[in-house]
Design a protein around this ligand. Structure first.
Ligand code: PLP
Length: 360
């Protein structure tokens, strides 16, 4: 049976990447050692981490005045350490577009010495759109404005970035990094857990503009962006194998036509599914058209029992991880970069057959 993995993360990786990792697993570059066994200070490993950074800089057009950091602790640790590093004694502004924004806000509120203000929210319509923000809403003395470029649970994405004046934009890009055409230079800081479009879990990417590095040391060295940047992510042992797989994923993205190539493929997949949902009398997606995510597409039948039946039958048919997030129910198809177009075609056929059978 063909299995399609719609997981929101950790997510499907390109087959070619897994095959290459398998081929190199026991004997990396003739070293008779696995990448997992290499010292992070060895010249072989140095080439891997440098190449990962180089590829990322090339693919995302990251200028020299930005540092690329490979950290640990997931995007969730960034929720706390971004305010810790950037907003001491200052206001941190947040736009609330859903579950992940809320987590970022709540973590920031717990950081001593940081004042958090939510300047816009779409909670009034159950987070089905991105609220408009104008530059006059932004206190120009604030440390940053935080956004979640793609809400993985709600399937909501920014079609254009908010204007923030001189205040740096900080973005949680976990679920649509390498799947959007935003410019790095429009941000002060971008962060992402790797386990969707970048590689396996265990490594967290931070791209930070040089002038935003903290001037004073942070009490815990591992949480200190300036120290991590100074040590080029090698202050301690980084997640070496996860960074190696990320490097392979980045090579694959480059071979697929880079970020633009990925976006075109992602849009084609998303369009196929949204068209099927919109044509259907049974399935629906509540998100405002302009803010529909191309990487995470939630849908429901409007009847919880029928959703459960759909998920049960889908699983039997080989569609893995289609169940919606436990907080919202229904279904969610995560169509990240490595997810194949044929998987969406198969899902659409399955949905149509289900509707004919149970649609009434
Ligand atoms: N932010 C977004 C948008 C996410 O989708 C996730 C995880 O799915 C997180 C943050 C949390 O990431 P992590 O599990 O790496 O802490």
């Amino acid at each position: 049976m063909i299995v399609y993995n719609f997981s929101a993360g950790p997510a499907v990786l390109p087959k070619e990447v897994l095959q290459k990792a398998q081929a190199e697993f026991l004997n990396y570059a003739g070293s008779e050692m696995s990448v997992m066994e290499l010292s992070h200070r060895s010249s072989l490993y140095d080439q891997i981490i440098k190449e990962a950074e180089h590829l990322l800089r090339e693919l995302m057009a990251i200028p020299d005045n930005y540092h690329v950091l490979f950290l640990q602790g997931g995007a969730s640790l960034q929720f706390s350490i971004i305010p810790l590093n950037l907003a001491q004694g200052k206001k941190a502004l947040y736009i609330n577009t859903g579950a992940w924004s809320k987590k970022a806000i709540s973590a920031a509120e717990q950081v001593p010495g940081v004042e958090v203000e939510v300047i816009a929210t779409s909670e009034d319509q159950n987070f089905t759109y991105v609220p408009e923000v104008t530059v006059d809403q932004i206190d120009q003395e604030a440390a940053y404005v935080h956004i979640t470029t793609n809400e993985t649970i709600g399937g909501v994405t920014y079609d254009k970035l908010p204007q923030t004046g001189e205040v740096p934009l900080v973005a949680d890009m976990s679920s649509n990094i390498l799947a959007n055409d935003f410019k790095v230079t429009d941000f002060g800081l971008i962060y992402a857990g790797a386990q969707k479009n970048l590689g396996p879990s265990g490594v967290t990417l931070v791209i930070i503009r040089d002038d935003l590095l903290n001037k004073e040391p942070i009490f815990a060295p591992m949480l200190d962006f300036a120290l991590q940047a100074k040590n080029r992510s090698l202050y301690n042992t980084p997640p070496t194998y996860a960074i190696y797989i990320m490097k392979l994923v980045l090579e694959w993205v480059k071979a697929q036509g880079g970020v633009q190539g990925m976006i075109e493929k992602d849009q084609a997949k998303a369009q196929l599914l949204y068209q099927a949902i919109d044509r259907s009398k049974l399935f629906s997606n509540p998100v405002a058209i302009n803010n529909r995510s191309i990487t995470n597409i939630p849908f429901v039948t409007g009847d919880e029992k029928l959703d459960q039946l759909f998920n049960k039958e889908a699983l039997v048919a080989g569609f893995q991880n289609l169940k919606g997030h436990r907080s919202v129910g229904g279904m969610r198809a995560s169509l990240y970069n490595a997810f194949p177009y044929e998987g969406v075609e198969a899902l659409v056929d399955f949905m149509q057959a289900f509707e004919q059978k149970y649609g009434g």
